[in-house]
Ligand binder design. Structure first.
Ligand code: GLN
Length: 232
């Protein structure tokens, strides 16, 4: 048997979304993935005692990849839902989130979900925001699903869609950075949700991951990482 700590010889396969700002995104200069999730998983791995290879994958492919065992762990601003919990194991929540509307600056037609009827709306395939629109719009024929958030935001900036409905921290960050002066978040926060780290069902690393997260929350490391990306 391995003594505690020696399991670190294992290299786990970790995946993330190519772009879910500011949780994961490519540093244009170094080509490395950076962001809140990237620092969380690095610290979790250190404390839990595993090495990992990091790859990116369209969000919609992540749960199937965990299901088939092609990857061990996913950290991708992934919302903990009952349906997903039947397929993968989630860590304890590490981030409180929700869904919000993003529209071109100066657009006064769209303020709340009901205003989306008859409009063109961008959402992301396989995400909770897409499911929410399918469930809550009387007419969802105007919803276009995008495989990646970068394309979805481009569609909004080019006028191909009238609004984007997506994760609140993500649309908020986009509105403050690349979309500054061009787009704005509007309306309330919909569907309070929480993000968790997803592990292949039955993973032996679940308890270690939870213990690592708990210790990071207790000793202030989580707070330091949080404030670096989201402010005080
Ligand atoms: N939080 C959303 C979900 O889990 C979107 C995550 C993402 O696009 N990376 O569905």
């Amino acid at each position: 048997t391995l003594a505690a700590g020696t399991a670190s010889a294992e290299t786990l396969r970790v995946v993330t979304d190519p772009s879910f700002v500011p949780f994961e995104m490519m540093d244009q200069e170094t080509g490395e993935m950076i962001g809140f999730d990237m620092e969380i998983i690095a610290e979790v791995a250190k404390r839990a005692g595993f090495e990992y290879d990091l790859n990116t994958m369209d969000f919609n492919g992540i749960i199937p990849a965990l299901q088939t065992g092609n990857v061990d762990i996913a950290i991708a601003g992934m919302t903990i839902t009952e349906a997903r919990e039947e397929i993968v194991d989630f860590s304890n929540p590490y981030y409180d989130s929700g869904l919000r509307l993003l529209v071109p600056k100066g657009n006064d037609d769209i303020k709340v979900l009901a205003d989306l009827e008859g409009k063109k709306i961008g959402s992301k395939i396989g995400s909770t925001s897409y499911d929410f629109l399918m469930k809550n719009l009387d007419d969802n024929s105007g919803v276009t699903p995008y495989p990646g958030s970068a394309d979805m935001y481009l569609a909004l900036m080019s006028g191909a869609v009238d609004a984007v409905f997506y994760d609140a921290p993500n649309v908020g960050y986009f509105a403050r950075t690349k979309g500054s002066g061009k787009v704005q978040t509007v309306g309330p926060m919909y569907e309070g949700q929480q993000y968790g780290i997803a592990l292949k069902a039955g993973s032996e690393w679940l308890d270690e991951v939870n213990a690592a997260l708990a210790s990071m929350m207790e000793d202030g490391t989580y707070k330091t990482i949080y404030e670096k990306w989201f402010g005080p």
